[in-house]
Write a protein that binds this ligand. Structure first.
Ligand code: CTP
Length: 406
């Protein structure tokens, strides 16, 4: 693949993007612009990629690089892309190796912009982004946060891990269409923690990766996304997503209820603890005291997903809201993974259920997932093994089809 690097301060993060791709076995040819080399030296990119680095169409002329690099690429990723670089792509310029490569390439192109908020919001840049998207280029939404200098806002380069995961979607044949533009999506992720005392809790092994990938992909497809997350692995905040942190199932229930009313899609990917200690001890339970841990009494937690579908039936949330659940199942002597999932979707009343086989550590904490998408009428679609971003795309494809026309 080709990694284009334009001349912005975020060019230093391109080193981690190279690493992310090469660690997954991809061969990377870095093509910086001349000004990118003001930020990172060619030697760094050559050492990280193991490939030569040149910037101009007159470098290594005998190799006809300005044509060959683009022709041979399976994927072109430009990270960071400056406002100037996007303007040059839109104009069809070919005055350096990167723009010439982009004119020649017929493979998917992913552009990760990074610039100041004012530049990102400027009508010229908005028009250029729209033109590139019309031409089939994937233009990633930038992250919000600290920019160069003291200011914060939209325009930060997404985390290298996010750029790699989102770019590889295109190699997997997934588009990031703007089909959720104007839609409001609520996603829950991670595990809940139910306090026993000030130092102990009941929890689970959820990493939050699938829910975070759903939020990320929904936002990149144009949705306004709120992500309510419990305990998760350390994961980058999805770009442009409102993130709310919770701890217990009852906190999650409250935050979901406060935001459920006007959503187009709600996805319950959180691993909600089924039970909580009936009381949380105000002081640490001592091993040898009468109230020791063996005696912790449990109370059932509310079923948030079932509560949402009940609210929809009773008109408290819109009848048009598409509600998606997850089922983490292992087969047992009462039925297979799919038997359990089918019973679950009917019991919970949701529109779509993503069912995983979680036997013997098959999903938790991993970057890949697979399973089945199930609807209440019993139709089952297999979701092939892929990254959790790939699985997120498949879930959103199905959920989008269920949104009633406005
Ligand atoms: N869920 C929920 N509230 C709970 C438990 C689960 O909203 N108290 C949601 C999860 O977010 C998931 C779906 O319900 O979308 C299924 O979760 P799962 O743990 O598989 O189901 P359970 O209801 O706990 O069923 P069981 O333990 O019997 O398999």
């Amino acid at each position: 693949m080709v990694l284009g690097v334009a001349g912005g301060i975020a060019a230093y993060k391109a080193c981690h993007v190279v690493r992310g791709f090469t660690e997954q076995g991809h061969s990377v040819r870095v093509v910086p612009t001349e000004s990118a080399l003001n930020f990172v030296g060619a030697a760094t990119f050559e050492a990280l990629s193991g490939n030569p680095v040149s910037t101009g169409v007159f470098d290594r002329v005998e190799e006809v690089q300005h044509v060959r690099v683009g022709q041979e690429a399976d994927l072109v990723v430009i990270a960071p892309a400056t406002a100037d670089l996007m303007a040059r792509l839109v104009a069809g310029r070919a005055d350096d190796l990167l723009t010439a490569t982009c004119l020649v390439a017929t493979c998917p192109v992913v552009v990760a912009p990074a610039m100041h908020t004012e530049m990102w919001n400027h009508p010229a840049t908005r028009a250029n982004v729209a033109t590139l998207r019309d031409r089939g280029v994937t233009v990633l939404e930038p992250a919000h946060g600290r920019l160069t200098g003291p200011d914060t806002g939209a325009g930060r380069l997404p985390d290298p891990e996010q750029i790699v995961a989102l770019s590889l979607l295109r190699l997997d044949g997934c588009e990031l269409p703007q089909d959720l533009s104007g839609r409001r999506v609520l996603v829950t992720a991670g595990g809940t923690r139910e306090n026993i005392d000030p130092v102990r809790y009941l929890g689970n092994r959820s990493s939050g990766r699938q829910g975070f990938a759903l939020a990320e992909v929904a936002a990149q497809r144009g949705a306004e996304v709120t992500l309510i997350a419990g305990a998760t692995d350390e994961l980058p905040v999805p770009c442009g997503v409102e993130l709310i942190r919770i701890s217990s199932a009852r906190e999650l229930e409250g935050e979901v209820a406060a935001r459920a009313a006007d959503r187009d899609i709600i996805i319950m990917a959180a691993a909600v603890a089924d039970y909580r200690p009936t009381t949380t001890a105000p002081a640490k339970l001592k091993k040898n005291s009468a109230s020791a841990l063996t005696g912790v009494e449990l109370t059932e937690n509310p079923d948030i997903l079932a509560g949402l579908t009940a609210s929809r039936r009773e008109g408290r949330i819109s009848a048009d809201t598409v509600i998606v659940g997850f089922a983490a199942e292992t087969g047992d002597d009462t039925g297979s993974v799919l038997d359990h999932a089918l019973r679950k979707i009917r019991r919970k009343g949701c529109d779509l259920l993503m069912c995983n086989d979680v036997g013997s550590g098959k999903v938790f904490g991993r970057r890949r997932n697979r399973g089945w998408l199930i609807t209440p009428d019993g139709s089952v679609t297999e979701v092939d093994d892929g990254t959790k971003f790939r699985v997120a795309s498949a879930i959103l494809d199905s959920a989008v089809r269920l949104i009633p026309d406005r």
